[in-house]
Design a protein around this ligand. Structure first.
Ligand code: NAD
Ligand code: DAU
Length: 341
């Protein structure tokens, strides 16, 4: 018997990859996407599915309880998988309001709808809720110590999910993923920004010394893990998802340039992000105990991602020539060079 999933934020990067994963691997499943189509939502990400009768798209806001109720009831939804969020750390530093609204209040709206219907709920969260990890690796029971407005709003969402499990007995799960890379990632994020800038002969703005560490994982691996937790995760539990290996941003940048055959002279060290978390690293033993394995190393994921942007200029060129230009100018135009020490 197939499932009917409400995938919120399904027109974004990871959400759309998840929709492709579910419909590609589960012939009986149906997916309803609810997405506000903010600057980050893009129907091009889902356009190969428009003729699939198992896929249905609704434009709407997860903060709007009436819309959420109408969609859940009209489509006989079995479970909510919540990807919808404001997601870019730099934007959260410039203007946190939308982050608190969608990532906290939106999560609350969905949880209420799930509680009223006794519905399975999965929250897609992030390793950023643990904050900077100077050494070792974060386990799921570690305290949440978020340091950016984005991370704080995501941590708020996680805490609400936990409260709905404890107080109301709602069947919830959470996954905390590390940095995803792959097809359909909006080019404000570092990998598509650097790959497409290099292809255009533009500078690659590395924040600070570039020795910050991130666990870059292939988005398809993350999607598999989310679906496994939705099926087999224990109620009330959180699961870290990543390769378990973090590399520096300089290593990632050099690999991007090497894959494209471009010169290191394109690298420019610029002023650092305020409050920049130096290192994230997660322990993935818990999700591996469910039977999941990461299929790509960070290096493989980086190379494969870069090749996707090389092969899919139709997707990113219209984005970079639109409103993105003003964003880029505002974010990077007056950013000074990095001063060491
Ligand atoms: P994204 O920014 O590419 O997409 C977000 C989507 O949510 C967009 O389609 C947008 O239109 C939609 N959206 C935003 N506000 C909405 C609202 N109020 N109502 C309905 N839809 C709304 O994000 P992403 O990178 O795909 O991230 C998806 C989820 O995964 C987020 O919850 C994020 O916190 C989490 N996450 C991301 C990463 C990563 O590396 N990108 C890693 C771990 C976890
Ligand atoms: O760790 C998971 C998180 O990964 C997700 O929860 C977030 O939604 C997602 O945006 C991502 O957050 P990061 O801040 O790690 O991703 P971003 O691509 O913005 O930056 C990755 C690293 O690269 C980070 O150390 C900052 C650095 N960076 C980023 C940009 C945009 C640069 O050096 N230069 C840049 O221009």
């Amino acid at each position: 018997m197939g499932r009917t999933l409400l995938v919120t934020g399904g027109a974004g990067f990871i959400g759309s990859n998840y929709v492709h994963y579910v419909l590609g691997s589960q012939p009986e499943d149906r997916v309803v996407v609810l997405d506000k189509l903010t600057y980050a939502g893009n129907l091009d990400n889902l356009k190969s599915l428009v003729d699939d009768p198992r896929y249905h798209f609704v434009q709407g806001d997860i903060c709007d309880a009436e819309t959420v109720a109408r969609v859940l009831d009209a489509h006989g939804v079995d479970a909510i998988v919540n990807f919808a969020a404001e997601t870019h750390v730099d934007r959260s530093i410039a203007d946190p309001d939308a982050f608190i609204r969608t990532d906290v209040l939106g999560t609350h709206t969905l949880l209420e709808a799930a509680r009223e219907r006794g519905m399975r709920y999965h929250q897609v969260s992030t390793d950023e809720v643990y904050g900077h990890v100077p050494e070792g690796a974060s386990v799921e029971t570690d305290p949440l110590e978020p340091r950016s407005p984005y991370a704080a709003s995501k941590a708020g969402g996680d805490l609400l999910v936990n409260a709905y499990f404890v107080t109301y007995g709602l069947h919830t799960t959470i996954t905390r993923g590390s940095n995803n890379i792959g097809p359909f990632q909006y080019p404000e994020k570092v990998l598509p920004l650097f790959a497409t800038n290099a292809m255009e002969g533009e500078m690659l703005p590395v924040y600070g010394d570039g020795l910050q560490e991130r666990d870059y994982q292939w988005v398809g691996d993350h999607c598999e893990a989310i679906d496994l937790v939705l099926r087999r995760g224990a109620p009330g539990e959180a699961y870290n998802v990543g390769t378990g290996t973090s590399i520096t941003n300089m290593e990632m940048t050099q690999l991007v340039l090497e894959t494209l055959g471009k010169d290191r002279g394109l690298i420019r060290h610029v002023a650092d992000r305020p409050g920049h978390d130096r290192r994230y690293c997660i322990d993935t033993a818990k999700i591996r105990a469910l039977g999941w394995r990461s299929r790509h190393t960070p290096q493989e994921a980086i190379r494969e991602s870069v090749r996707w942007y090389v092969d899919n200029e139709w997707w990113w060129r219209p984005i970079k020539s639109g409103a993105f230009k003003a964003y880029y100018q505002e974010m990077y135009g007056s950013r000074g060079d990095y001063q060491a020490g």
